[in-house]
Design a protein around this ligand. Structure first.
Ligand code: CP
Ligand code: NVA
Length: 310
């Protein structure tokens, strides 16, 4: 089965059907093989992706730029001070103008509503490259990476430790959609948004899987196939880093904690990692760690997304 996704925006994994998610994975695999075998694949020749960044980025920026180039198209980067957007021009006018020039927009910004509005007022697909609320491209990539490593998604248990942030929210969407068990352990004052948790629980019920929100990291990691963590202070929260460290220290992924997981568990992190905080070198650099495969796969999965929607 193939689903026509042309013109569709990727703002949240929750907007994708299970068929669309697996279609993205199938094409990611095929594009990865083409890249590895040096087979050209200029399926977006002549097309232009605008890339708007209000926050810094290593992986997202470079993987989109290189990805659109592999597909035969062009990427245009706009940094925080490059556009009139947010200064002398509103989101809806910007969306309408950009739609007259570009074939797609990738945006990383603070306000999730701005991304929704960009898609609503424009007429070209918008890809969410991270907001304060969600990071869908990362989690699609993470699930693709788990599929490569474990050959299945259903029936596995992921334990996410740390902040109930954009990564936690997209993991709730993604894992529940594909039927993977997800246990989150966060301090009581850093829990994920309740509406997203409830939505994930409904998705999980439909898929026959389980979503748990705990505070105890040891219980969360018990028999996990995957341990996932992220920074304790996200971009924009740098001034809270020290205060947060006090709450989060017991969620650190270290050799003692990972003993509770399955022997063949994999360690995942979206990166950048703050080594010594949420994870220590002994885990991040261990044979169980797949963090650089995740980083590589951003390229292949986002190429698939662009090829399907642009
Ligand atoms: N994981 C991720 O999105 O990395 P960057 O912030 O470097 O883009
Ligand atoms: N939660 C992190 C993810 C970075 C990819 C942040 O928003 O900074």
């Amino acid at each position: 089965m193939a689903v026509n996704m042309k013109g569709k925006s990727l703002i949240s994994i929750n907007d994708l059907t299970l068929e669309e998610i697996y279609q993205i994975f199938d094409l990611s695999q095929s594009l990865k093989l083409k890249k590895l075998s040096d087979e050209p694949h200029p399926v977006l020749a002549g097309k232009t992706l605008g890339m708007i960044f209000s926050k810094p980025s290593t992986r997202t920026r470079i993987s989109f730029q290189v990805g659109i180039y592999h597909l035969g198209g062009t990427g245009m980067y706009f940094g925080p001070n490059d556009l009139q957007l947010g200064k002398s021009e509103n989101v809806s006018d910007t969306a309408k103008v950009l739609s007259r020039y570009l074939d797609g927009i990738m945006i990383r910004t603070f306000s999730h509503q701005d991304v929704i509005d960009l898609a609503k007022y424009g007429s070209i697909p918008v890809i969410n490259g991270l907001t304060d609320l969600l990071h869908p491209c990362q989690v699609l990539t993470d699930l693709f990476t788990v599929l490569e490593k474990k050959r299945t998604l259903r029936g596995l248990k992921m334990a996410y430790l740390g902040d109930g942030n954009n990564m936690a929210h997209s993991l709730l969407h993604g894992c529940s959609k594909v039927g993977m068990d997800l246990t989150l352990a966060t301090p009581s004052n850093y829990k994920p948004v309740a509406e997203i948790v409830n939505n994930a629980k409904e998705n999980a019920k439909y898929m026959g899987s389980k979503i748990e929100i705990l505070e105890d990291p040891v219980e969360a990691v018990k028999d996990a196939d995957i341990i996932y963590t992220d920074v304790w202070a996200s971009m924009g929260q740098e001034s809270e880093a020290q205060e947060r460290r006090n709450y989060f220290m017991k969620y650190q992924v270290n050799p003692e904690l990972v003993k509770n997981a399955k022997d063949d568990y994999i360690f995942m992190h979206c990166l950048p990692a703050h080594r010594g905080d949420e994870v220590v070198n002994e885990v991040a650099d261990s044979d169980n760690s797949v963090i650089f495969d995740e980083a590589e796969n951003r390229l292949h999965v986002q190429k698939a997304v662009m090829a399907l929607v642009m």
